[in-house]
Design a protein around this ligand. Structure first.
Ligand SMILES: [Zn+2]
Length: 92
């Protein structure tokens, strides 16, 4: 009890790699997400995986947002430009 063994998957743990991915992608419902976050705390392997992937995703997001614009932003930009007369063909 209370001993944290990194990398060891708790035998009672119901978290799977797939569920970790879904939680990170926001693919779980709010209830599922809450249950997942409670379960993941009980398993050293899954909580480490979750935290590591989460910070990696945030790192990627920060990197990408500086280089490229999000598709939704580009679409709204296209709409704005498309509505301006004479600029309809500016962006394909
Ligand atoms: Zn686990």
């Amino acid at each position: 009890m209370g001993i944290r063994i990194p990398g060891r998957h708790n035998t009672n743990c119901r978290c799977t790699d797939e569920r970790v991915e879904m939680a990170l992608d926001g693919a779980l419902s709010r209830k599922e997400q809450e249950r997942f976050l409670q379960e993941v705390k009980l398993c050293a392997y899954c909580s480490e995986k979750y935290e590591r992937e989460k910070s990696f995703k945030q790192f990627l997001c920060n990197k990408v947002s500086r280089k490229a614009l999000s598709p939704s932003f580009i679409n709204s930009l296209k709409e704005k430009i498309g509505k301006q007369p004479g600029h309809g063909r500016f962006i394909n």
